[in-house]
Design a protein around this ligand. Structure first.
Ligand SMILES: *Cc1c(COP(=O)(O)O)cnc(C)c1O
Length: 457
């Protein structure tokens, strides 16, 4: 084992935790494109957005200038229950791989919801409460976001209505029950409880649902019930802002020991954990103070960055949400069954999309059996049972460390370990039984969905 000058876990003291989120948009020369009204194709105003989202969150969504936004004391108190999260030096993985690379991971799975999503859920619940709302609505796929939001809402005594993609509702009853422990109501989507749900059911009887469809239902309920707003767990600028707490803590921990990463890796579904992890590092890059290689990892079955187009698209199937300019596969794209539920979204954060278009970060896609192979290799030496989503980042971190073994380079690699996989054991079972497939969509299939992008002016 290598000599240990750096501890296994670098923890921050409570007083070293960030007191403000970092807004990377303030340092971007090319700002992310604005959200557009789906009817008029004009930029959404704060007033229009206020009908759907909480007022303070709208202000954060539209803020392209303030680099730091103070984290309210109530949110910092909640963060203290499960943060700072550890930055772990993966000595055992390095040893196993026999690599000269130094590998670190920031572990966000140390809370009951099991992922980083709680960082934004608690912020969104706080602003809803502050506005005097009765409750919030949302969608959830595999259930991580719904679980995080239900915890956050119960803390602030808010009602929480979750539309859960029907296939997950039926196949993942445990996360559904965790949400109910925290007092949320959970409805399988599409449902007969909304107009858009009825329409989708009439057009596609027997459908098992999709994230885009659940979003449409949640938005409808929010706008048609006084005292309710809609909240979203990824993609939006405000969510990346809240998740910057991951990157700020990572940077503070590395700075304590004078460590400068060469490569920063994260999985990318809607882009929130990656956007948060890289935020302060990207800020340095944008200001010309430092350089880093930044890699987004996505599933080969849902390759928004690597095979999508950069265009305005709908965020949901029902086309009720604003249009966002992003790397997208088309809002009707339904990925082949992939066990990383959190990475199955058709689009990508507008902030990350702009950074990628400007050549400031890279992206790569990986097939799912290779991801589970990396997950298991990691679990056996580092102990933590990783979420399938997080394991996409593990795969590429291992691949980069193996390249260092060939070249003899002592690169420092940091990756985001976004969560734990205890509720994903069916996926692990499929992997063990050799029943996991690596379906990758053909160019012709992708082209079909691309044709459904909205045509603007
Ligand atoms: C939701 C989720 C992701 C992907 O979402 P991003 O917004 O891209 O970060 C990754 N890992 C876990 C564990 C998740 O729950």
């Amino acid at each position: 084992m290598k000599e240990q000058k750096i501890p296994y876990k670098i923890y921050l003291e409570e007083q070293e935790m960030p007191t403000a989120w970092y807004n990377v948009r303030a340092d971007m020369k090319n700002k992310p494109a604005p959200l557009l009204n789906p009817g008029t194709h004009e930029p959404m105003t704060a007033e229009e957005l206020g009908g759907v989202f909480c007022a303070d969150l709208v202000a954060q969504e539209l803020d392209n200038t303030n680099p730091y936004i103070e984290i309210p004391a109530e949110i910092r108190d909640f963060y203290k229950m499960y943060r700072p999260s550890p930055l772990v030096r993966a000595y055992c993985l390095e040893e196993k791989l026999q690599t000269p690379a130094k590998i670190y991971y920031k572990f966000e799975g140390n809370n009951t919801s099991g992922s980083h999503k709680l960082n934004s859920a608690i912020a969104q619940a706080y602003y809803a409460k502050k506005q005097g709302l009765k409750g919030v609505t949302t969608e959830t796929g595999a259930g991580q976001w719904g679980t995080a939001l239900s915890m956050a809402c119960s803390y602030f005594d808010l009602d929480c209505k979750v539309f859960m993609v029907k296939v997950s509702y039926e196949q993942k009853p445990f996360r559904r029950e965790v949400m109910r422990v925290y007092g949320a109501s959970v409805t399988p989507s599409p449902s007969e409880t909304t107009e858009v749900g009825k329409k989708i059911l009439a057009a596609h009887p027997g459908t098992t649902g999709s994230l885009g469809c659940a979003i449409s239902e949640a938005v409808e309920v929010a706008v048609s019930n006084p005292g309710y707003r809609y909240v979203l767990g990824s993609v939006l600028n405000q969510v990346l802002l809240h998740q910057s707490v991951i990157g700020l803590e990572t940077k503070a921990a590395l700075d304590k020991y004078g460590i400068k990463p060469d490569i920063i890796i994260g999985c990318a579904g809607g882009g929130s954990n990656l956007g948060g992890l890289i935020a302060p590092f990207m800020g340095e890059k944008l200001r010309g103070e430092a350089d880093y290689r930044i890699i987004a990892v996505e599933p080969a079955s849902c390759p928004s960055f690597t095979r999508g187009v950069y265009a305005y698209d709908f965020c949901d199937t029902g086309m009720v949400c604003p249009l966002a300019k992003m790397y997208t596969l088309g809002s009707n794209f339904i990925p082949a069954p992939n066990h990383a539920g959190g990475l199955r979204y058709h689009g990508m954060s507008p902030v990350l999309s702009q950074l990628y278009a400007d050549g400031l970060m890279e992206a790569t896609s990986v097939p799912q059996t290779a991801v589970f192979e990396a997950a298991e290799q990691f679990a056996r030496v580092e102990g933590i049972l990783p979420a399938p989503e997080s394991s996409h980042a593990i795969r590429v971190a291992i691949d980069e460390a193996l390249k260092c073994k060939e070249t003899g380079e002592e690169k420092t690699i940091v990756f985001g370990l976004t969560g734990t996989g205890y509720f994903d054991m069916v996926a692990y079972e499929k992997y063990h039984n050799g029943e996991m497939d690596d379906y990758v969509p053909t160019d012709a299939e992708l082209a079909k969905f691309r044709d459904t992008l909205p045509k603007l002016g």
